[in-house]
Design a protein around this ligand. Structure first.
Ligand SMILES: [Zn+2]
Length: 271
């Protein structure tokens, strides 16, 4: 699968060798852990025809990177969990969305239903969203609680539990046939056997060393078959040096700002 590290849309070769812009791609806004500010918040946007389609999480550095890439703020997001490096951009996104009448209430926010109370506590419970009153935090958004799947723009996406801190608080996302995004997680071989069985690119939490919160490369090499590891794109590492070490071990490692071509998803409905 070709990789473009520039801001240009990724290209892919199809048919008779003609190079076309990939219809689907993934832009990595950040690939670092919560302390690796220089690598950016672990956050990405699925692009369609080079335009943002669905953004995964809303960290502080990640939102800044989104704005730099597109000159805009996200209009559709999926939330994996409520750690700060994944949600710290929400106050800014509220302001940007609430004070734009065309956007107010129209920024789609897909939230796993068991995550909703946590997200509300962490970003939306501040007394008076506006000092002058008259607004609820969620007025800026169109919140869509989701279970094990949801539809966005006519395409079906699947949601699965990850292993990160506490059950039912962290989730991964699957765009069948195209992408699996694990979110923050320990190894989840049983989930990926089910939710990554259609040759997807698997963007996976991975650092050089694991811990009770996150995967390390020893964990993944022990628990995942080689064919799955070959489809993994590792992110959420501690430093550029650690990224280089992961790469030296033969793994594919995401870079901040990188745009990766994706295969077309299999779940789209006609019309
Ligand atoms: Zn986390």
């Amino acid at each position: 699968m070709p990789i473009s590290a520039s801001c240009a849309p990724p290209t892919t070769r199809r048919g008779s060798g003609v190079t076309e812009v990939a219809a689907w791609s993934l832009r990595l806004h950040g690939v670092g852990n919560a302390s690796a500010v220089a690598l950016g918040s672990a956050m990405a946007t699925i692009e369609r025809d080079g335009a943002p389609w669905l953004t995964i999480d809303c960290g502080g550095e990640g939102l800044t990177a989104f704005e730099a890439a597109y000159g805009d703020t996200p209009r559709a997001l999926f939330m994996t969990h409520a750690h700060m490096d994944h949600i710290a951009g929400f106050e800014r996104l509220f302001v940007a969305s609430y004070f734009d009448e065309a956007r107010r209430g129209n920024v789609r926010l897909y939230v796993p239903v068991t995550l909703l109370p946590l997200l509300h506590q962490r970003v939306a419970s501040y007394p008076n969203a506006l000092a002058e009153g008259g607004a609820n935090f969620w007025d800026a958004f169109r919140v869509i609680p989701v279970g094990d799947h949801f539809w966005h723009d006519g395409v079906r996406l699947e949601v699965f539990p990850a292993r990160h801190h506490w059950p039912d608080t962290a989730f991964g996302l699957r765009l069948r046939g195209s992408l699996v995004w694990t979110g923050d997680t320990r190894p989840i071989p049983e989930m990926l056997a089910k939710f990554a069985d259609a040759d997807e690119l698997v963007a996976h939490d991975c650092a050089l060393q694991g811990n009770p919160s996150h995967s390390g490369i020893d964990d993944l090499e022990r628990e995942y078959p080689r064919a799955l590891l070959a489809r993994c794109l590792l992110y959420h590492y501690a430093s550029a040096e650690d990224g280089a070490a992961l790469r030296a071990r033969g793994h594919r490692v995401g870079m901040p700002g990188e745009v990766v071509a994706l295969r077309d998803p299999a779940g789209e409905q006609p019309g």
